[in-house]
Design a protein around this ligand. Structure first.
Ligand code: ZN
Ligand code: FE
Length: 265
């Protein structure tokens, strides 16, 4: 397996540096400067780049890195990515530094969004965050629900390398959705202590996300009840005969209501 090192960038991004011997890959280099610094400090050669989606904070550094190193650039075929020479659409299997990596299509945050899975780890870009998930800039609640379900189906001990340090910011909302969830309460205290000590909360542990992340819990009674409170169209009883009640709302409807509430929280 390759080694994985975070390269903090901008205010709260993580660029993931993958190394094996003297060869390196980076995931989502939004900025070239921290990548150049890390490569030069350890005398590494950049042989590849993995891009999850087209936003500037994930691909802004690609042009400068391509000019210096001419790496393979794997990226969503359907999105506009500088220097992409290995277009992907999901379901491909890659060789990354001698490790088998599976490509997953996870539309929602953007339509072409990809995640990259290596043994025990997932690089998910802006799809899943600590106690939260990416905004739906391009996709639908149905698409994001399916993408999150695909991630949730991985083993609970999967380490999730997302692209932003958002966990502390997201936990107050998770607690608003499920005030009685003791695991969310405990996680909020633990994350507050970690951040106060200057420590990262990423990688995430998938099992912990499944226990505390409201966007992975849209089938839970407490989350369904919270969604119904914030979206009258999901109310469990018809009101005054004017609205037909959604007796059994779909998981994607619950997700959509919780995501819409998060946007204004
Ligand atoms: Zn993004
Ligand atoms: Fe981002």
């Amino acid at each position: 397996m390759f080694e994985i090192t975070p390269l903090p960038a901008f205010k709260d991004n993580y660029i993931w540096l993958l190394t094996r011997g003297n060869d390196a890959y980076v995931v989502d280099p939004g900025d070239a400067a921290p990548v150049f610094a890390a490569l030069e400090a350890a005398k590494l050669r950049l042989t590849g780049i993995l891009i999850t989606h087209h936003h500037a904070d994930h691909q802004g550094g690609v042009a400068a890195l391509v000019e210096r190193y001419q790496p393979l650039v794997f990226a969503p075929a359907s999105e506009s990515i500088t220097g992409c020479n290995r277009p992907l659409s999901g379901d491909e299997t890659l060789d990354v530094l001698g490790v088998e990596v599976n490509v997953l299509a996870v539309p929602g945050h953007t339509l072409g969004h990809l995640a990259y899975r290596a043994p025990g780890v997932l690089f998910c870009g802006d799809t899943l965050f600590g106690a939260g998930c990416g905004r739906l800039f391009e996709g639908t609640p149905e698409q994001m629900t399916a993408s999150l379900e695909a991630i949730a189906a991985l083993p609970d001990d999967t380490l999730i390398f997302c692209a932003h340090e958002y966990t502390a910011m997201n936990l107050p909302f998770a607690l608003a959705v499920e005030p009685e969830n003791e695991e969310v309460q405990a996680r909020k205290a633990a994350v507050t202590a970690r951040r106060a000590a200057g420590l990262a909360t990423v990688p995430l542990m998938l099992g912990e996300e499944k226990a505390t992340n409201p966007f992975l819990r849209c089938d839970q009674p407490a989350v369904i009840a919270a969604a119904r409170q914030h979206d009258p169209s999901l109310a469990s009883t018809a009101r005054g005969g004017e609205r037909r009640a959604a007796v059994n709302p779909k998981k994607s409807q619950i997700f959509g209501a919780i995501r819409a509430w998060r946007n204004v929280f």
